[in-house]
Design a protein around this ligand. Structure first.
Ligand SMILES: *Cc1c(COP(=O)(O)O)cnc(C)c1O
Length: 219
């Protein structure tokens, strides 16, 4: 299926899910996750009108995006993968949003990078919503303290992000993330991937992160 058809189909599915939940689909941002895909695979989606993209590694994004953005200055780039503190400044320079704030040392590094660069990407705290030992994200129990550290560092957190446990029904985890965001008065919710973005939209996602449904499966 050509890229513009896959894009139209994903947008249509988002619109249907939003309608079921009596939401405005304009309140849901589709982030096309282009990790591992070369510029030649990304360009057709740009041609089809997609403007918001996501990558999971700083170095890969630095290699791919400066040229694409020079040609399309209105593109918005999101970081959805784990971030090392020593890459915080590179990330702040390159990305318009960072979805993986998950620990105090990274909060401090981002706060310094934001002052130094004068840039202010939209920030999401990633929550390890299933409390899985191998997974990134701040523990649910540590979220209030991490938000406190961010406040003290002068960092504005706009929302929460999660990746629910694989192979389990995602809805309860999306509902929990939505409740945590409400409890802390955070407006944005980054949740939902190719396999579950409609469920995420019905439960309040403002940002869905869709890779394989747009680009095909990754090698
Ligand atoms: C790869 C990735 C996605 C997209 O996954 P698909 O299943 O291909 O849609 C979304 N979020 C994160 C954090 C990812 O790493």
């Amino acid at each position: 299926m050509p890229a513009h058809e896959r894009l139209a189909e994903v947008r249509e599915r988002i619109a249907r899910a939003a309608k079921v939940a009596r939401r405005d689909s304009a309140d849901v941002t589709l982030i096309a996750i282009s990790k591992t895909h070369p510029p030649a695979a990304i360009e057709p989606l740009i041609e089809a009108g997609q403007r918001v993209f996501g990558e999971n590694r700083v170095q890969e994004a630095e290699a791919k995006w400066p040229a694409l953005r020079a040609a399309h200055p209105d593109i918005e780039l999101h970081l959805v993968g784990q971030l090392q503190s020593n890459k915080a400044e590179d990330a702040v320079r390159l990305f318009d949003a960072i979805h993986s704030v998950d620990r105090p040392s990274l909060v401090e590094a981002l706060a310094r990078a934001i002052v130094k660069t004068g840039r202010s990407p939209t920030l999401f705290v990633q929550v390890n919503i299933g409390d899985e030992p191998q997974k990134g994200g701040c523990a649910v129990a540590d979220l209030p303290a991490l938000l406190g550290v961010a406040r003290a560092a002068g960092l504005s957190i706009a929302g929460l992000m999660c990746v629910p446990p694989a192979d389990l029904e995602p809805a309860p985890y999306f509902a929990l993330l939505a409740k945590l965001a409400r409890d802390h008065s955070l407006a944005l919710l980054s949740m939902g991937m190719s396999g579950d973005f409609e469920t995420a939209v019905t439960l309040g996602a403002t940002h869905v992160r869709v890779g394989s449904a747009l680009f095909g499966s990754r090698a």
